[in-house]
Design a protein around this ligand. Structure first.
Ligand code: 2NL
Length: 366
């Protein structure tokens, strides 16, 4: 049997030698654990005479307590140095500049809608919206679109199940039903009767059954409408010339008004802007080519009447253009379908800052 003083001196040496908490615990188990040396000596107490047991037991207890207190002191020291090491290694330099937070960006469609809104806003137009799902009356009939017009065919328009009363329902094929709904509003009719002018732009989603490199089934339009007693074709021309020059940010942008046909306007004109093609690359602003960018005309008397106004009293002009198309032209985005891929790399490249609101004075876009 190992002598008590040997056990003691070996235990104290092992405690000081323990380099970490795990090693220290191994020392504790070896000395004080169930099969430890001190525990082994305790078990021999039973075989001793009462006097022997009393003397040896007292020494044994005293030595055990001493080992325990040295173990405890060493444990505290090791814990402190472990904490110090962790604090040193995990130190945070609070003086470092923070990492910039990721910023989202605006889709070119929203950006261009805002730019168009800023330009027409300066001319006194307000922004109107309406439902994507329309009845056939507001989408077609009110707009003087005849029953045999190709736009009404199933292969051109998304038809939804009819309403309970049998009304045909469609995904709107243009934003014009919003203009019709606006003209029909009692407060608008009163404002017009009182001698006011209606001036609205209507940006929004539109839907047609068409899908190829230059058409997507869902696309975006902005239409505009002016109604009062005196607005004429000269106003249409001046308004659209000013718009195109402001939008493309080219003061002397050449424009061409070309006679055309729409069921809802008479007369009608399409508007082209001057451009040139050099080495297969489009340059907007000058040259011997023309690029169609919008359709327009004087609102057809039938449409005025369908919207509850007297065509002998009221007149005005309307226009419409594709937002996706003018966004591609202005910002040089080659593929329409990429607009709707939701590819973050595309958005980071073509997106706009949400903090730079377009305005004529502060700038429209880059
Ligand atoms: C185009 C041509 C156009 C209109 C839209 C309109 C609306 C009402 C009455 C009369 Cl309520 N007209 N809208 C007029 C002319 C052309 O759009 O090429 N859009 C992409």
């Amino acid at each position: 049997m190992t002598d008590l003083s040997t056990i003691r001196s070996e235990a104290l040496g092992a405690v000081q030698a323990a380099a970490d908490l795990a090693a220290l615990d191994a020392v504790r188990v070896g000395v004080l654990g169930k099969k430890g040396h001190v525990t082994g000596l305790m078990k021999t107490l039973g075989g001793m005479s009462p006097d022997e047991r009393k003397a040896f037991g007292a020494r044994l207890n005293e030595q055990r307590e001493q080992i325990e207190s040295v173990l405890e002191a060493r444990r505290a020291a090791l814990e402190t140095s472990a904490l110090d090491a962790r604090l040193a290694s995990e130190r945070v330099d609070v003086s470092l500049p923070s990492r910039p937070e990721g910023q989202g960006s605006l889709h070119p469609i929203g950006q261009v809608m805002d730019e168009v809104g800023a330009i027409f806003g300066e001319m006194g137009f307000t922004w109107a919206e309406g439902p994507d799902i329309e009845d056939d009356w507001h989408n077609f009939t009110a707009l003087n679109i005849p029953p045999d017009h190709p736009a009404r065919q199933m292969q051109d328009t998304f038809y939804l199940p009819p309403r309970a009363d049998g009304t045909p329902v469609v995904l709107r094929t243009h934003t014009s039903p919003v203009q019709a709904r606006t003209m029909l509003r009692p407060d608008v009719q009163k404002m017009l009767a009182d001698g006011g002018s209606l001036r609205i732009i209507v940006p929004g989603r539109t839907f047609r059954i068409d899908s190829d490199a230059t058409h997507t089934p869902m696309f975006h339009q902005v239409e505009g409408l002016v109604i009062d007693r005196t607005t004429h074709m000269g106003h249409l021309k001046g308004c659209l010339v000013d718009f195109c020059r402001a939008f493309f940010e080219i003061d002397d942008l050449p424009l061409r008004f070309r006679p055309s046909y729409f069921p809802f306007t008479e007369p009608s004109a399409e508007v082209d802007i001057g451009c040139s093609w050099k080495d297969g690359e489009l340059r907007i602003g000058a040259g011997d080519s023309w690029l169609e960018i919008l359709g327009s005309g004087m609102v057809h008397p039938n449409v005025i009447a369908n919207c509850g106004l007297d065509p002998a009293v009221y007149q005005g002009f309307a226009f419409g253009m594709g937002i996706d198309r003018i966004a591609m032209l202005k910002y040089g985005i080659p593929d329409l379908r990429s607009f709707f891929d939701s590819d973050l790399r595309w958005l980071r490249h073509y997106g706009f800052s949400a903090l730079e609101w377009p305005s004529l004075t502060g700038g429209l876009g880059r």
